[in-house]
Write a protein that binds this ligand. Structure first.
Ligand SMILES: *Cc1c(COP(=O)(O)O)cnc(C)c1O
Length: 429
């Protein structure tokens, strides 16, 4: 395994021969909080943020953290304290970022299906930008915005029809998918916004997809946005922001990540002589490498010519392997140097699709031993479910040698909260 992955997370082998994250021995976290547990390294998040901000320093810009990658309030606090804005995709995320103290003006509301309630809440909160994804949504917001004291600033999320090399579930900027307004409808959208006394067109936006490793699609998409702005001309007099979305890819295995300087070098030449402020919306890039999932080995078994390692984390805790066929590196928290075996690492959930790693060559492990699954800071806990009535795991934040519980483990009563056997079921017999 590459040293890069360990360094990205802030994982180091301590003198005791066991891994520590951000200076905190992982065996201690597991002993105190139990397993499975997500652990995030605040300092690794800060390093990512600062490297991106430094790379973009020559442009007027704002980094709006895509909250859907990891919405834990402690993680949000780390990013807010760095000066980040937020990119949100639901009313629930709006509540989270307001609770974490983000400046409403620095919030961008994206998403293909915002409801009346969500749009109303965003208008009342005074979010900085609402990025629209259809003409119908535009007309709907124009009605809702009539209640606001001043015109509501909007962006148009354009589908620039740029193809990207990533998993089909996370490619969002090509033709024939649900996201964004097609280029040929943008002039009509700008016209309708111009006619509304309650809306002002402030931004053109795109988001091409996630886990992109090649900077070329960003340049292609940005050129299309700039051409559109040129063509709109006087139809968009207040346009001052270009939002290139998120999508910066990280290292999960041995891929070369898209580093911030390469990314910035793609954007800067196209934007430096324009009057527009840049918005970027990274999620995965800021938090993905900073998180691990600790899990304990329950059993091992040999069956049908295969070796299985059964651990206490499952697809309900970390969905990415079964949903996206995602690869996550797995390390022993205390490496013991046993002979390497090829195993399937699986959880207790009653689904054959419940796996964390397939056909993985890793040192032999025994029940009770602790494993760390790397690169789960983004799209990890946020996609967790309670399937099989499994309580969702706790989340821990480590910062410079100290650690604290950022969210407690769910309990059996949490699982049944809000549920009652209805009178109807009593009457049935
Ligand atoms: C998901 C999303 C992002 C973040 O994507 P990452 O790949 O995590 O950087 C940014 N903008 C929008 C509109 C999104 O939907």
């Amino acid at each position: 395994m590459g040293e890069g992955l360990l360094a990205d997370a802030g994982l180091r082998l301590g003198s005791s021969g066991a891994f520590a994250l951000g200076g905190v021995p992982l065996e201690d976290v597991a002993a105190r909080v139990g397993t499975p547990v997500y652990v995030y390294n605040a300092e690794a998040i800060r390093e990512r943020y600062r490297s991106l901000a430094a790379a973009l320093a020559s442009l007027e810009h704002r980094i709006c953290y895509a909250v859907k990658a990891n919405g834990n309030l402690s993680v949000l606090r780390v990013l807010r304290d760095l000066g980040a804005g937020a990119d949100i995709v639901s009313g629930g995320e709006l509540d989270r970022v307001l609770a974490a103290g983000f400046v409403p003006e620095h919030i961008v509301f994206s998403g293909v299906g915002k409801s009346t309630e969500e749009l109303g809440a965003a208008v009342r909160a005074g979010v900085g930008l609402i990025n629209l994804e259809s003409l119908e949504e535009l007309d709907h917001l124009a009605l809702i915005a009539a209640a606001a004291r001043s015109p509501v600033a909007v962006g148009l999320r354009v589908n620039p029809d740029v193809t990207t090399e990533t998993h089909p579930y996370i490619a969002t900027g090509g033709g024939g998918i649900k996201f964004g307004i097609p280029v040929d409808q943008v002039p009509e959208a700008a016209r309708r916004i111009g006619l509304s006394p309650h809306l002002v067109l402030r931004c053109l936006a795109m988001h091409l997809g996630s886990q992109l490793l090649d900077p070329a699609p960003f340049a292609e998409g940005l050129r299309r946005l700039l051409r559109l702005i040129h063509d709109l001309g006087p139809a968009a007099p207040a346009l001052s922001v270009i939002d290139v979305g998120g999508g910066l890819g990280i290292r999960y295995q041995d891929e070369a990540p898209l580093d911030p300087s390469t990314y910035a070098a793609t954007l800067i030449p196209l934007l430096q002589s324009t009057p527009y402020r840049l918005h970027v919306e990274p999620g995965r890039f800021l938090v993905g490498s900073a998180g691990i999932l600790l899990t304990r080995v329950l059993y091992t078994k040999h069956s049908g010519g295969k070796d299985f390692v059964i651990v206490d984390a499952a697809m309900n805790d970390l969905l990415r392997p079964s949903h996206y066929q995602a690869y996550h590196e797995v390390v022993e928290v205390t490496p013991r140097g046993r002979r390497v075996q090829v195993v399937d690492l699986v959880g207790p959930v009653c689904e054959t699709g419940d796996f964390l790693a397939l056909d993985r060559a890793m040192p032999g492990v025994r029940p009770g031993e602790l494993l760390a699954i790397l690169g789960v800071g983004a799209y990890g806990f946020v996609m967790a479910s309670q399937y099989n009535a499994r309580p969702r795991p706790p989340e821990v934040l480590v910062d410079k040698g100290r650690f604290a519980l950022a969210r407690r483990r769910e309990t059996a009563s949490d699982l049944m909260q809000g549920e009652t056997p209805t009178p109807l079921t009593h009457e049935a017999t």
